[in-house]
Design a protein around this ligand. Structure first.
Ligand code: ADP
Ligand code: ASP
Ligand code: MG
Length: 401
């Protein structure tokens, strides 16, 4: 079997954990499997590097950010190869250049385009455990890029797809995918299975247990994905096309605090305005989420929408630079908001799900600022300080012990 195993930052945070991971990988190797290991940076290394950069230059060029951030993963893979070597097993660490993992040009948020599998195959044929840096790629300028926070999951899935691995295991610091973040909702339940579509929604809406693009890619290339703990042998959660129905209307609740609302006001109420605004943002790779347009009055209208808080400064800059072109009289932003969402395929066929969510929020006195729905989710925008309380209340309304 060819197995891809990915370990997150907390799973390789110190010497003891590095050896723990090394032993788990060696176990599979000794059973005769080919093993590819993908690692994140140790512990909070990436956060610390970002802090260091901001201390030197709050507007650091994105190219240099990626140059800096990619060092974190390089430390983990080299140390892991040394640990395996110390345990008497041949291992080799490779970075994105050595593998040749090509991405789009966009720094800090690149997407994989093509991965060469030759080098990895050669190392596997030489009976080595291959340890690859997560989160990083190279672009057409031969520069390092990164895939966005949490992107190592996507590296693992991309390698599993490129090399036709039999399974891709994502090891983390919880025992699988839960009905909500178990650190915020202590009575959240572990799911034995979840569909790609539901997982994709949850990941996109803030459940950072998996990088959303990793789920998208797993679905596209039919990669068998398992999320499990690096510290226990518990079974974990299988992410797949069709999950067995667990008689739950809502499979999960997610919260996203990395969000901000922008309001563009006093726009001319004429065709093309929304196109101009969102086209400007799209061209700068800024994703827009919930969009709300007011009813036109006196020939003007307002449009408000949410973006990731990381993109707020860029988005406001672009809108201000184009204030006349988009006919805006006023541009405002609010970075004290959060999104709370429920996700479940059952919503497609059941009415009253959204109402039940709103009731749960009303019961704990949480005010809703914006609402957005799709076939399998309902999202509300609320005050960030209410996020944890809202998540617990909504979770309890839908998921019983
Ligand atoms: P890693 O460093 O291993 O990639 P992350 O911190 O990125 O780990 O993701 C794991 C974390 O995701 C957990 O510690 C948990 O707090 C959080 N999380 C959020 N939503 C969920 C969920 N629905 N199920 C499990 N974990 C979740
Ligand atoms: N080290 C990167 C981050 O902290 C990538 C990852 O953990 O997946 O975002
Ligand atoms: Mg992660």
């Amino acid at each position: 079997m060819l197995i891809v195993k990915k370990f997150g930052g907390s799973s390789v945070a110190n010497k003891e954990r590095i050896f723990n991971v090394a032993r788990r990988c060696i176990e599979d190797y000794k059973k005769g499997n080919d093993v590819i290991v993908v690692l994140s940076a140790m512990g909070d290394t990436t956060d610390e590097l970002i802090e260091k950069a901001h201390d030197i230059n709050p507007n650091a060029p994105k190219r240099e950010m990626d140059m800096l951030l990619t060092t974190g993963e390089q430390i983990s893979v080299a140390l892991m190869a040394m640990a395996m070597n110390a345990l008497g097993v041949p291992a080799v660490s490779l970075n994105a250049f050595q593998v040749s993992m090509h991405t789009t040009a966009t720094y800090t948020n690149a997407k994989f385009k093509r991965i060469d599998s030759e080098r990895i195959k050669t190392e596997l044929e030489n009976k080595k455990i291959v340890i690859v840096t997560g989160f990083q790629g190279i672009n057409k300028f031969d520069d390092y890029t990164t895939l966005g926070r949490g992107g190592s999951d996507t590296t693992a899935v991309a390698l599993a797809a490129a090399l036709h691995a039999d399974v891709c295991e994502i090891f983390t610091d919880v025992e699988g995918v839960y009905t909500a973040d178990p650190r915020i909702v202590p009575n959240a339940k572990k799911l034995s299975e979840i569909t790609y579509d539901e997982m994709l929604e949850l990941a996109t809406l803030g459940a950072k247990v998996l990088h959303n693009r990793s789920v998208e890619m797993a679905k596209k290339y039919d990669v068998q994905l398992v999320v499990r703990s690096s510290l226990t042998e518990a079974e974990g959660t299988v992410v797949k096309e069709v999950a067995k129905v667990e008689s739950m209307l809502v499979s999960g609740v997610a919260a996203d605090k990395n969000t901000a609302r922008i309001a563009v006001m006093g726009l001319k109420d004429e065709p093309g305005i929304a196109f101009k605004i969102f086209n400007l943002l799209a061209k700068s790779n800024i994703n827009v989420d919930i969009i709300l347009q007011s009813i036109g009055r006196d020939g003007t209208k307002d449009i408000s929408f949410t973006v990731a808080e990381d993109n707020l400064k860029d988005a406001i800059g672009i809108l201000n630079d184009n204030k006349e072109k988009i006919t805006a009289q006023k541009i405002e932003s609010d970075d004290t908001v959060a999104k709370v969402s429920i996700v479940g395929a059952g919503m497609m066929t059941h009415s009253g799900v959204a109402a039940k969510m709103f009731e749960a929020l009303y019961n704990v006195g949480v005010n809703i600022k914006m609402i957005s729905t799709s076939e399998i989710r309902t999202t509300v925008l609320i005050a960030r300080e209410d996020a944890d309380k809202a998540m617990k209340a909504v979770h309890d309304a839908f998921i019983q012990d």
